[in-house]
Write a protein that binds this ligand. Sequence first.
Ligand code: 13P
Length: 252
Amino acid sequence: MRKKIIAGNWKMNKTLEEGKILASEVVNMAKDELRDDVQLVLCAPFVHLGSLQSMLADSTIALGAQNCSNHASGAYTGETSATMLKSIGVDYVILGHSERREYFGETDSLLAEKVDMALENGLLPIFCCGEPLDVREKDGQRAYVQQQIEESLFHLSAEDFGNVIIAYEPIWAIGTGKTASADQAQEMHAAIRKQITEQYGEEVANNTSILYGGSMKPGNAEELLACLDVDGGLIGGASLKSRDFVDIAKSY
Ligand code: 13P
């Protein structure tokens, strides 16, 4: 059966000291308060990953990055490869976040290359998809997200696809305080699972974790996580406070 995952996307926040404090608070609270069938993942800025790895080594909490290069190695100043991430003990990598698509011009075809690079190096991609407000207003969200998934993921074999986690993050709900309703989230997650079923069959689709992201917080997590096809959350703002992040995971 598919994994339940609560992943924190710290984005470009926290100094190293602040990040270490946050991580240690999460480790301690999780140990005391959480059931072990929920996988927590901390997706921190690149520069913090090495330090956090040693802090998380004895815990069940996994470490994630927020991006990786589409190249294996070489003269790509400022880039970080999937091999490097793997070499310091990173397990997950967020790919295709809407902020990277919007501010850094990441396209579906570039993301297909990044997904390949992550999988070749044994990283689990958390592949983000989601529609902007104007698309939602015209009821075009299903077609929009389907295209993102098809173009970046459907070249994969069923075996490789089995290592991909999807995060549905409607852009209009990110950092806005506006959340998709449970019905809106469930509808999209079910549509995504149906698309995966059509491409890879029921077994693969049933084993794929589909996370919801967009202003998830302790006050709305229970309702969203109760949806049949919502298998966890990708949390931005609320992951910067240990109490809120762990409370979201406790909503399961
Ligand atoms: P917020 O939870 O701050 O809306 O961010 C969601 C997100 O972008 C997670 O990747």
